[in-house]
Design a protein around this ligand. Sequence first.
Ligand code: TTP
Ligand code: MG
Length: 539
Amino acid sequence: MTPTSSPHNRSRPRVVAALDLDCFYASVAIRSRPHLKHKPVVIVQKHLCVTSNYVARQLSHGAVQKMTPVSKALSICPDLVLIDGSDLTPFRSANQEVMLVIREWLAARVDAVRRKLSVDWFDCPCQKLGFDEVFIDMSRLIECEIAVGGRPWTFAAHLFGRTNDDMVRRTLMVASQLVDELRNKIVQKTQLTLSAGISESKLLAKLAVNMHKPNDQTVFLPEEAPQYIAMLAPRKLPGFGHATEKKLQDWVAKHPAMGNVATACDVINTFGGSEKSRSVLASIIGSNEFAHKILALCRGEDTSPVVESGDAFKSMTSMDSFRKCCTMDDVRAHIRQRATDLVTRLRKDWETHRRRPNTLSVGYRLGRNGFQGTTRLTTMPAEITSLCSSKGTNVRDSAIDALQRAVLHLLSENAGISASQQFDLTWIAIGATNFDDSRICKNKLASTITSFAHKQNSIRKDCLIGKTSKCGQQRAIMKRPRQAKQLRCPICNRQLTGNLLMINSHVDHCLNRGSGDDMPKKARTAFDTRRVDSFFSKT
Ligand code: TTP
Ligand code: MG
């Protein structure tokens, strides 16, 4: 078992719990409509049932699983109850409720053992993954619980795998008892059920969470995990996404003599044998670092830490896609809806966290350009941030107006969306990111990055001059965008450096991978053939 890196006890086994709420959107919707509890219910976004409750999943005449098209779901079960899930507000709030219960419960447990053992306060890092999943690093807590003693020698979970190591067994046993208590607490406080996986790493905990669903939990005893993982299809591994699978399959189809990628073991045999084959893998998937991660995953190795993600979202995005949007009236109406949503959330966020975003991101897609979208960043206009942190309905409307203007301007500058042009807008995403503490925000705003529109103008101007004179070329170099400091990608939340062109190109790349913290999963999957690839890159 992997030891933790605590300076106090280097041999302490590591314990990670993965929690996943059951049929999350459906549970939240049914909670406020208790008469639907025993009926088959689906949550609909566009023409898709993004989730279904377990009554619908267990129908005797055919299951309605999540991600079933509505027409197909209705043909399976004409009595199905359809609930519109386009407004994510209730799901977002439910996520916050659950996180609060988890934090309070962990704090109470830590406080109890700390007093008994007279040790300093410590935190149990919690890492959120989307709206309904969270990893908790319980290593230190379990170590203290064992030191306090008095817990029964029984597992409170289904068991998978085996171990001969008594320390590992005892540690995961106590962890299963604690996670069971935590799950009961969450159900009692929120009426939402959840499932859990408990093991030594995020990888194994995440595999375990789906083994007994709903409302149950599984301990993955890790001794033979590599052998188990070797037989899995690589796509089953969290972190190994559809796009990676496709690239590898395409490559082996062209090079059948080189091996295959049907199982994790095949991936290791094909690409893990030598430096040369590893670099082939890196060239197929486009990154050395990622190739290394893929091979480690296939071997069942995962030492990635649970990174505390905080309760405040690092970025907020409001997005929608449409079949047809070719007139300025339609564009304005769509932008207004997204702007209203984002401003409402920014105002709520101000009330709770007293922070303001420095950066506005605008994503768009023109035509049926596959899943490719483009995102542009610009400084969040000071008018919007100050209106979002002031009280009053008029103020709110003014903030929406200002945001709508800023987005329209950016779309006209970058995507040629204007009354004089023909266009076919099929997706839009308006986001706020790069949040600052309000006090720092005042000074930093407008100075950290230069307005994207301004940059575009100066770059265009410089290019023209550069074409005509040597002196102009020199000027173009002189006038390159300044280095942007401390800018966060609104999608993957990484700290970015470089000029705005580089940053925008990173965001485009990221968007097409789709790893946004705050992006609903459907949107992520829609734009991202490699969504799950970002599982580990988030850590
Ligand atoms: P999941 O945890 O994948 O699904 P779930 O919680 O509904 O069901 P399970 O009991 O199997 O965990 O996703 C969480 C929520 O995210 C889900 O309720 C609806 C939403 N979602 C999307 O919007 N799009 C998607 O593609 C998926 C998979 C989920
Ligand atoms: Mg779930």
